[in-house]
Design a protein. Sequence first.
Length: 194
Amino acid sequence: MKRQKRTISKQRRRPKSKRHKVSARTTKTYRPPRTSEEFFALPKKFQDQWNGAVQVPAEMRRLGLSLPQASHKFRVSPKTVLRVAGSAFTKKRGKYRVKPVDRLLRVLVIPGKKGLREIVVRDSREASVVGQYWSAVEKALGPTQDSTAFLKLPRKTVRDENGRRVRLLTDLDELKRQASAGVLHFEAMYGRAA
């Protein structure tokens, strides 16, 4: 028995304008992580991508770079930076400019009494304080042994994602002990504590 083809008469066929269009790509709705739980629930590959993308606006502010220049430095495409950290930018005359302050979630590593620990901040100003702190630690433990660098810090605490104040470790003896034990890594402010 042969199957009969069903033909739809022209009268019953929908006009082209009302037909459903099927796109080749499915677009996912994207929402950036707002809490540390949301961030750590994401795949490791996305976490690495996120950490690179949120560094781009800070680098643009610090050095006055363009979006392509700063994103190239962190090996993230400008398109990805805009998708992931788009709230940190405005578009003016066809160029993307970085806003003075952003509220992107950042996972930062700081030294604590028991070694390195992670804190999650939601403000670029807080992340900037942590960056200044790491510079002071590097000066204090470096060849110049400049312990006055801690006095130049704007403050000795940072607000985490929940609004709690986290005290930055400024005890020089403890920092020297951790540095001699190989706990402190100056090049890795972003990311996971070992």
